[in-house]
Write a new protein. Structure first.
Length: 115
């Protein structure tokens, strides 16, 4: 190999190394941005997990409260049914009393009060 060929080979190698070094510098910058983005994504995932845990807890509390409300509504419905039954019984007794009073007044108006 001649001196000139050796010089060209060395220049070629140096040029390739310079291109490689430039590419490495660009890649290092991209890699740093990717690492930063990855760290941010991990933080966002942790925050999302925490928020989901909070939502699950709130949903559990809400389900428990709904269960208590359902039980209270069932009890209230039962009490309303009992009240309606009692009211019906009271109405029957009141109607019977009205009939008795009505008969006594009607007899009194017909002159049967002195009998």
């Amino acid at each position: 190999m001649t001196n000139e060929e050796m010089q060209r080979t060395m220049e070629f190698i140096l040029e390739q190394q310079a291109q490689y070094a430039a590419r490495m510098q660009r890649d290092e910058s991209r890699l740093t941005r990717l690492e930063d983005a990855f760290v941010m994504l991990v933080q966002m995932a942790k925050l999302t997990d925490e928020r989901l845990d909070g939502l699950v807890e709130n949903m559990t509390l809400l389900a428990q409260a709904q269960g208590r409300a359902d039980a209270r509504l069932a009890e209230l419905t039962e009490k309303m049914t009992e009240l309606a039954d009692a009211q019906m019984h009271t109405d029957e007794r009141l109607n019977a009393l009205i009939d008795i009073v009505d008969r006594n007044i009607t007899r009194g108006a017909n002159g049967n009060a002195g009998d």
